[in-house]
Design a protein around this ligand. Structure first.
Ligand SMILES: [Mn+2]
Length: 317
C-alpha cells in the first residue's frame, strides 16, 4: 500500500490533506509533515481543518502551522486522510470524501474502517506521523528539518513521551534519525510540555480535586462541565492530559475523563494499564481507539456512564 501511495503522490497534483476533529500532536504533526513532503515534490496542496476546530496552542510553533486552512468546503483532486479511524472522525469535512475521485487513508488505529480507495493501516506504527516518515523514505527525498520536527512531535505525543507500549526499538531508531536531521528534544519539550497557560493549570487542579477513585474497580474518573471551563477560563482542549494524571495513581487500571460539550453530550477520554483494553471498551460504547488510549461520545448522564463502564469492567475481568 505504501508504494501505491508514493506513486500517487508522485503522479497526481492538487492534494487535500485532512486529519481528525480535535486534532492532537499526531494529527497535526502528520498533516504538516505530509505538507512538507508535497512541497518538496512541488505539488499543489491544501492542509484543511474545519471551522469548528480548536488547534491546541502548544502545536502552533510547528513549521507550517500557519498554513493550516480553515474551511468547510475544500477543493482539490486527491484527498488524504491522516490519523482518522473512520469517516465520522473527519467531522464536517467528511462530505469531501464523496466528492473526491481519489481518496487515501493513512492511519495506525487497529480499528480503522478502511473508508478510502487506497487504505494503508499500520497498527505497529507508533503514530501516523511515523508512517508519513516511512512514506518520505519510500519516495527517497532527503528529509528536511521542518518535516523531521513535525514527525518527531507526532511520535513523541502518541507514545506518551516514549512511555506507552507502542514504543518500539524501530521507532526509537527512526527518532534518532529525526535528531540527526536537526530536531532538538529540549526545545520540543519546552514548547509542548512547559508552555501551558495559567487557565490550563487551574483546570488541571480543579480536575484533580474532582477526581473520584474506586480502588476496588481500579477506576478513576473526573467530570469536567462547561461551568468548570467558565470558572477557570480554560477551553476543553486544555483538559487533554488530566486523564494521564488519573492513570498515574497506583492500583488504577482505567482512567476516565468525562467532558460535557456545549451541546450537552459527554465526550469520554479513556486510558488504561494492561491488561485492560479500553479500545474494546470504547467500541462497546460506540467509540474507538487504541488498547491503552481511546474514547467515545454519549448522550447519557455522567453517573450512568460511570456505572456502565464499571459494569463492563466487572463483566470482562
Ligand atoms: Mn495517532
Amino acid at each position: 500500500m505504501i508504494s501505491a501511495i508514493s506513486e500517487t503522490l508522485k503522479r497526481e497534483d492538487d492534494f487535500l490533506v485532512l486529519t481528525h476533529v480535535q486534532p492532537d500532536g499526531d494529527g497535526i504533526g502528520a498533516m504538516l509533515a505530509l505538507g512538507h513532503l508535497l512541497e518538496a515534490l512541488g505539488k499543489k496542496h491544501t492542509l484543511a481543518v474545519n471551522s469548528a476546530v480548536d488547534i491546541p496552542p502548544q502545536y502552533k510553533f510547528l513549521p507550517g502551522a500557519d498554513r493550516l486552512t480553515i474551511t468547510d468546503d475544500p477543493t482539490g483532486k486527491v484527498l488524504v486522510a491522516l490519523d482518522a479511524a473512520n469517516e465520522s472522525r473527519l467531522g464536517s469535512l467528511v462530505t469531501a470524501l464523496k466528492r473526491f475521485p481519489m481518496t487515501i487513508n493513512i492511519d495506525h488505529h487497529p480499528d480503522n474502517s478502511a473508508f478510502a480507495k487506497i487504505n494503508w493501516i499500520d497498527p505497529t506504527a507508533t503514530s501516523t506521523s511515523e508512517m508519513v516518515y516511512d512514506l518520505w523514505l519510500q519516495i527517497g527525498l532527503p528529509l528536511n528539518k521542518e518535516a523531521a520536527l513535525c514527525i518527531y512531535v507526532g511520535m513523541l505525543t502518541d507514545t506518551g513521551r516514549w512511555q506507552y507500549s507502542n514504543t518500539t526499538g524501530r521507532s526509537l531508531e527512526k527518532a534518532a534519525k529525526l535528531l540527526d536531521a536537526g530536531v532538538k528534544p529540549i526545545e520540543v519539550f519546552r514548547r509542548i510540555f512547559e508552555s501551558y497557560s495559567v487557565e490550563w493549570f487551574k483546570l488541571l487542579a480543579l480536575g484533580l480535586q474532582k477526581a473520584v477513585f474506586d480502588k476496588e474497580a481500579g477506576l478513576a474518573h473526573a467530570v469536567i462541565g462547561q461551568s468548570d471551563l467558565k470558572a477557570t477560563g480554560a477551553n476543553m482542549a486544555e483538559t487533554e492530559n488530566l486523564v494521564d494524571w488519573l492513570r498515574s495513581v497506583g492500583g488504577i487500571n482505567v482512567a476516565m475523563v468525562l467532558k460535557e460539550t456545549r451541546q450537552g453530550e459527554i465526550k469520554v477520554s479513556l486510558r488504561s494499564q494492561d491488561p485492560v483494553d479500553v479500545g474494546l471498551l470504547a467500541r462497546r460504547f460506540g467509540g474507538g481507539g487504541h488498547r491503552n488510549a481511546s474514547g467515545f461520545t454519549s448522550k447519557d448522564t455522567p453517573e450512568n456512564i460511570v456505572k456502565n463502564v464499571k459494569k463492563w469492567l466487572t463483566d470482562s475481568s
